[in-house]
Design a protein around this ligand. Structure first.
Ligand code: C2O
Length: 538
């Protein structure tokens, strides 16, 4: 590979959406940010310069960062933030990965507008495992708030309740031609296509808090990759994508003319949050079609269309069968963990409501430290974290589908320690503390295999009998079924401190997060590298 240099200036810029203008944080003045393009094997250096009043970090979501945890980005986990006026060079190598990933700010709620796609092409002369597309198009889905997003979450934390939902969803930065303030059917993102050609769409869900359905009127989509891992191709009308996930689809322009609606609409399988029916729109436009031609519309799945999401998730299989995890016999897993995930309510003396919503894993609501966990680990600094994160729930639970269950939460900066190269099976169980809800759980530093999922309580005796050890998909963010469980496996071959959290930003803020410490191995290339000289200080 070669070395590629990027410069990301974090700058404020006034942007007008939904008939009003507000200053937002951007990468190089763009919303969404510029696409970072490279090839598998390349070394990437991104100099991030902070020109705004907030502390900033950038996370390269899904990039494995083998031994380079210093470049991973989550604030106070992997680094101290880049302070106003300062800069930091993220230096990492794209090892064994090709496909679509993305980057985003990883502090406060700044990722609302500070995000963009990462496109990793295969090594030179290595073809895709599908016919070469005529063109490739990045499609970033996100949300737009009329209010300042920091004000939105700060206000929610003061009252103890849930924050306001966004005012619109966006496709490549725009709410689209059917949004309230659109001036014409030409507004928003336009995907221009030529009859008969095939396009590769690289779809990213950068929304803060919403799973999304993505559709294109009159056209099938062939899924070929998720989270930068090739899938067995399958056709679908609807792509279902959680915050954090990426999905590549092939789109063949098999009509001859006309304009077709593109939609990104919310999927919400819980009734506890405010009803959200806002749909972002864009247009697919055949070349040589009049821009005034009528737009063919599409039927949008109801926002609680769980069967659509389940069918989509069940269709995702890895293109290749790998030796891991099938080569680890049952019973030979080093760490067999069960983590309950959910949202509860704790007393809060300082909150206006007298109580506050909390998120927890195994009854522990994670408390952010004020210095970097990775530094504390590397320099053996005492008193920053404890290594007593529980491997199973602290409080017995029996989730019956109607909640509440397993309400008690305690706080702490607790980490779970893994020996180098140990094998891990982690069952993520939604305990539906307030109400069942699907949580998109993201693990830093790893891809994991999704070996099983189901509804109700995970049963350690019977559930594993149905595991898929043949072609389970490998990914970095998994939607744990609402009122159900997902089982993942990975090998702890990347030493460092690795964050795991719900990718609904509000749930992370509430504490639905934890971190693993992975020890160094004994071999020459089995240790976390030392920190770079320009690593920011707290
Ligand atoms: Cu994309 Cu820790 O996040």
């Amino acid at each position: 590979g070669i070395t590629r240099h990027y410069k990301f200036n974090i700058v404020t810029r006034d942007i007008t959406r939904l008939c009003s203008s507000k200053p937002i944080l951007t990468v190089n003045g763009r919303f969404p940010g510029p696409t970072l393009s490279a090839r598998e094997g390349d070394n990437v250096l991104v100099k991030v310069v902070n020109h705004v009043k907030y502390n900033v970090t950038i996370h390269w979501h899904g990039i494995r960062q083998l031994r380079t945890g210093w470049a991973d980005g989550p604030a106070y986990i992997a680094q101290c933030p880049i302070q106003p006026g300062q800069s930091y060079v993220y230096n990492f190598t794209l090892t064994g990965q090709r496909g679509t990933l993305w980057y985003h700010a990883h502090i406060l709620w700044l990722r609302a507008t500070v995000h963009g796609a990462i496109v990793i092409k295969p090594k030179l002369n290595v073809p895709y495992p599908f016919p070469k597309p005529y063109k490739e198009v990045v499609v970033v889905l996100a949300e737009w708030w009329k209010a300042d997003t920091e004000a939105v979450i700060n206000q929610a934390m003061q009252t103890g309740g849930a924050p306001n939902v966004s005012d619109a969803h966006t496709i490549n930065g725009h709410p689209g031609p059917l949004s309230t303030c659109a001036s014409s059917s030409l507004d928003g993102f336009k995907l221009q296509v030529q009859k008969g050609k095939t396009y590769l769409l690289r779809i990213v869900n950068a929304a803060l808090n919403e799973d999304l359905f993505f559709k294109i009127a009159g056209h099938k989509l062939i899924v070929v990759e998720v989270d930068a891992v090739y899938t067995k191709p399958f056709a679908t009308d609807t792509v279902v994508i959680t915050p954090g996930q990426t999905t590549n689809v092939l789109l063949t322009a098999d009509k001859s003319t006309g304009r077709y609606l593109v939609t990104a609409s919310p999927f919400m399988d819980t009734m506890v949050v405010e009803v959200d029916n806002r749909t972002a729109t864009a247009t697919l436009h055949y070349e040589n079609s009049l821009t005034t031609s009528a737009i063919t519309t599409v039927s949008i799945p109801p926002r609680n269309a769980t069967p659509v999401a389940t069918a989509f998730a069940d269709s995702i299989r890895s293109l290749n069968s790998r030796s891991f995890p099938a080569d680890v016999p049952r019973g030979a897993i080093d760490h067999s963990l069960l983590f309950t995930i959910g949202i509860g309510i704790n007393p809060c003396a300082t909150c206006v409501n007298g109580s506050r919503v909390v998120g927890a894993i195994n009854n522990v609501s994670f408390v952010m430290p004020t210095t970097s966990l990775l530094e504390a680990h590397f320099f053996k600094k005492k008193g920053v974290f404890t290594l007593d994160f529980p491997g199973k729930p602290l409080v017995e639970f029996n989730y019956t589908g109607s909640g509440p269950a397993n309400l008690q939460t305690m706080t702490g900066t607790r980490l779970y320690r893994l020996a180098y190269n140990s094998t891990v099976q982690l069952v993520l169980q939604d305990t539906g503390i307030i109400a069942p809800e699907s949580h998109p759980i993201h693990l830093h530093g790893y891809n994991f295999f999704v070996v099983g999922k189901g509804l109700g309580n995970y049963n350690p005796k019977t559930s594993p009998l149905k595991f898929n050890l043949v072609d389970p998909i490998e990914r970095n963010t998994i939607a744990v079924p609402s009122g159900g469980w997902a089982a993942i496996r990975f090998r702890a071959d990347n030493p460092g401190v690795w964050f795991m959290h719900c990718h609904f930003e509000v749930h992370t803020t509430w504490g639905l997060k934890m971190a693993f410490v992975v020890d160094n191995g004994k071999g020459p290339n089995e240790s976390l590298l030392p920190p770079p000289a320009d690593l920011p200080k707290c």
